[in-house]
Design a binder for this molecule. Structure first.
Ligand code: F6R
Length: 308
């Protein structure tokens, strides 16, 4: 499958109809994962706050985890050592365990499992990894699902806008700086990581309003100000739009805004993901780099395994 088709299969992934059934009540949710898998947990935590939600990206779990916690391990391969370690720790603390994976070591570990289709890169499987969370916690119904598919479709029709932006990033050797607007805070980080893994360029991400309390002080004086491509993930309205405009004025720069696609959180989040995925793909294409290969990540994992 072409890598572009992998990314745009997001539209079909929205139909992935699997959910967990919690066996008992819980006071908090802890999600664990690394890289492309972690982003599913982070996106979920931007949308759900009925109980405290914590996302961990590492070997350890927070001290508060106990039998009243719901622990969700997300690893596409099922073999990522940090996530396996966190899962073992949470299991030993008696937490209720859910696992989202394609297989690997996790398939035989204790806990309720959702097995997602194999074959795509972890980062291209974001719909498969995230939809079970949204369904389990009641964040999508049939209407939201249909609106999400429609929103993704609209972005898929925007190549005439997205490709020239990608080409100008490459031509002018720009460094993307992405700001996320709620509920797309994590989407900004997703754009950054897609620039890293697909386009093989460094990028930076932060969020609004937070950047108004730190980065804005640096921007007017920054060394590389002219080399940054300022992008906004998500659709700023009301106060957020005012913050964007005032930030532009103070920093003396222009932010690239996405067109308004949906006012609903879930469709808007997925539309912003699709927009960033396409942008990162077109940057890779313009640079003539292979967007699929992540040999650096794979060799790092292989070398680290030898040190055990
Ligand atoms: C590769 C990718 C990586 C992996 C990460 C964790 O496409 O996006 O960031 O997601 O190395 O591996 P998994 O997802 O298998 O736990």
């Amino acid at each position: 499958m072409r890598f572009y088709d992998e990314l745009t299969s997001l539209k079909e992934q929205i139909g992935f109809d699997e959910r967990f059934v919690p066996l008992r009540k819980y006071d908090n949710i802890v999600l664990s994962g690394m890289g492309g898998s972690a982003i599913a947990g982070m996106l979920f935590s931007d949308l759900f706050s009925s109980v405290p939600v914590t996302v961990v990206n590492g070997y350890d779990v927070p001290d508060f985890i106990n039998e009243n916690s719901l622990f969700i391990a997300i690893s596409h391969s099922g073999n990522t050592e940090e996530t396996l370690s966190a899962l073992e720790n949470a299991t030993s603390r008696g937490a209720q365990i859910f696992i989202i994976t394609t297989g690997g070591k996790m398939a035989s570990m204790q806990g309720e499992k959702i097995i997602v289709p194999k074959g795509l890169q972890p980062r291209s499987s974001i719909g498969y990894l995230l939809m079970p969370l949204l369904r389990t916690f009641g964040l999508v119904d049939e209407d939201i699902q249909a609106n999400t598919v429609e929103a993704i479709d609209r972005v898929l029709g925007m190549t005439d806008e997205i490709r020239p932006l990608a080409e100008s990033i490459v031509e002018n050797e720009k460094i993307p700086v992405v700001y996320g607007i709620p509920p797309s805070q994590t989407v900004a980080y997703r754009w950054k990581t897609q620039f890293n893994e697909n386009s093989k360029i460094m990028a930076h991400s932060s969020t609004l309003p937070e950047m108004n309390h730190n980065e804005i002080a640096a921007l007017p004086y920054s060394f590389l100000k002219d080399r940054f491509e300022f992008l906004v993930a998500g659709i700023p309205v009301g106060k957020y739009l005012s913050r964007v405009r005032i930030s532009e004025k103070i920093a003396g720069v222009k932010f690239h805004l996405m067109p308004e696609i949906s006012g609903e959180p879930v469709p808007s989040m997925f539309a912003s993901i699709m927009y960033g995925d396409m942008l990162s793909y077109f940057v890779a294409e313009a640079r003539k780099v292979d967007p699929r290969e992540v040999s650096a990540i794979e060799s790092l994992k292989a070398e680290l395994a030898k040190t055990d």
